[in-house]
Ligand binder design. Structure first.
Ligand code: SF4
Length: 384
């Protein structure tokens, strides 16, 4: 999930209309699906009932029980995309989704509350891992999804037992396949997970973490989180966010939300992603870090210690994600030129295209210097 912006939106993609609303007052971005499909296997589960309660409160009237989740017959690829991005499916997580996987460098383990995201980022990280129209599928068997946590505490290689992050205990990343906050007001999955871990339902020693490009945090701020969830906001230079993010909260809103959760005692973080070496990138990312400092200044001034971390992810793509993104956003101006990239092979034989070594070196040197200079005392966990 995530990323960031220019004052003049230049996103050439027209997201389906009527799915995102901003509330008056401190404006926040909320996604309200046009339709909710509940699969038969999910009917009657306790978390399904909670989802349906939230869906009704959000004013969604088109709620249907279905055997399988698929767009209406005869829809074109474009129509299927628009249909999928305005649909919430309530499903039972398959067994493969119930087995946490190691997820370095972010966390020890991955836990999925849902799969899919209603936003429209043109570089979307999910493009290579979703099959078919990108419907957001929320998992109704929440108890099963969270059940592995106690058995994994004390295991893992990223934070568990390390000097730098060991105080977090064993960490579980919630945003590998969704933006958990982006769908929260119609699912409640994130609040349930945060509260259960925060109040010791799964014992001590586990921490959650998630990253988001949304900003509706009032419910989370009021939860008994116990300091056991790190809320990270995926942010970017204004120019990059304005051009390539779609259907998310603006970066300024994400920074307000960051400050709100820091004031509520959450450990917080920045996921600066996907970093792109656009013209004048040093100034643009410098401005971003300064904006973060300014957003958090009132929290620090109130006497509240702010626990902030930074993670930096440079833009990359795979042959598969490039094809999917080009089909979703055929008019994108996102650079996905294999000739301008370095191919990096994974141990499983896959290839991803990252920036050339020289560019990566320059980005790394800049962030390693500027993060401590502009946000003193803030660890840079990794740059990848
Ligand atoms: Fe993240 Fe959703 Fe944007 Fe994909 S569309 S990058 S999951 S916020």
């Amino acid at each position: 999930t995530s990323a960031p912006s220019q004052t003049q939106p230049t996103n050439p993609v027209e997201p389906p209309t009527g799915t995102l609303t901003s509330e008056p007052g401190p404006r926040v971005r909320r996604w309200t699906p046009r339709r909710v499909l509940v699969t038969r296997a999910a009917v009657g589960l306790p978390h399904t009932e909670e989802i349906l309660r939230r869906v009704a409160a959000a004013g969604v009237e088109d709620v249907e029980t279905v055997g399988r989740v698929s767009p209406p017959r005869g829809t074109s690829e474009r129509e299927a995309y628009a249909w999928a991005k305005t649909t919430l499916a309530v499903v039972v997580a398959p067994p493969s989704a119930l087995k946490p996987q190691p997820i370095p460098p972010s966390a020890d383990w991955r836990i999925d509350l849902a799969k899919g995201c209603p936003a429209h980022c043109q570089y979307c990280y999910l493009a290579g891992s979703l099959t078919g129209p990108p419907v957001t599928r929320v998992y109704a068997n929440l108890d099963d999804v969270l059940a592995p946590i106690p058995g994994l505490v004390g295991h893992g290689t990223v934070t568990s037992g390390t000097a730098e992050r060991g105080h977090e205990g064993t960490t579980f990343e919630l945003s590998c396949y969704t933006d958990p906050l982006g769908i929260e007001h119609v699912t409640g999955s994130l609040a349930a997970a945060v509260e259960r871990v925060g109040t010791g339902v799964y014992g001590d020693g586990a921490s959650l973490r998630f990253t988001t490009k949304f900003d509706d945090v009032a419910e989370l701020a009021a939860l008994p989180h116990g300091g056991r969830t790190r809320a990270r906001f995926s942010v970017n230079a204004e120019e990059v966010a304005a051009r390539f993010d779609g259907g998310t909260a603006p970066v300024a809103g994400r920074l307000r939300a960051l400050a709100t959760l820091a004031a509520a005692g959450y450990p917080v973080g920045l996921t600066v992603a996907p970093v792109m070496p656009v013209e004048g990138w040093q100034d643009a990312y410098g401005q971003l870090l300064d904006d973060v400092r300014d957003a958090l200044a009132p929290v620090a001034a109130s006497g509240r210690a702010v626990d902030l971390t930074v993670e930096v992810i440079t833009h990359r793509f795979t042959p598969g994600s490039r094809d999917v993104l080009m089909s979703w956003y055929p008019r994108t101006r996102l650079e996905m030129d294999v000739g301008a990239r370095r191919a990096k092979r994974s141990k499983f034989g896959g290839v991803k295209y990252v920036y050339p070594t020289e560019t990566m070196r320059a980005l790394r040197a800049w962030f390693e210097t500027e993060v401590p200079a502009r946000l003193p005392g803030t660890p840079l966990l990794y740059l990848t």
